[in-house]
Design a protein around this ligand. Sequence first.
Ligand code: CA2
Length: 147
Amino acid sequence: MSRLITILNGPNLNLLGKRQPHIYGHDTLETVETNCRAAAPEGFEIRLRQSNHEGELVDWLHEARETSCGIAINAGAYTHTSVAILDALNTFEGPVIEVHISNVHKRESFRHHSYISLRADGVIVGFGIEGYEAAVRRIANIVKAAA
Ligand code: CA2
């Protein structure tokens, strides 16, 4: 059984740690990846990816169906717009955890609705980049409990 956890990041998150630190903090996606590897229980692997393109994220979700036991996803602004990403997530059978670095509920009203939440088994909002580590731990616990 796969023990690979895929962590997907959507548009503009390549700028994490480089712009708008008052909202998203000073840490980069590389730090997120390092922290998630450290947080993953023994036997679990991490694959972290980022794309600014909706179709590429959809392709990676299809790939995860074959390779991964769970998905943590911060779809960025596509969270609030993308039926295509929701449809792709709905084809995945393992646990899905939605992550947002900022507290979207404290922000503009257009950020309050998430298509991803219609599929997510859990949602982590406003925990900064620690949310990714929590998502990894939660996915591993669900996978272990189902084994
Ligand atoms: O809080 C989050 O994690 C978001 O998913 C981030 C998205 C935003 O559209 C969502 O509403 C909430 C934006 C990602 C932009 O990422 C940047 C990171 C650093 C600097 C500039 C942009």
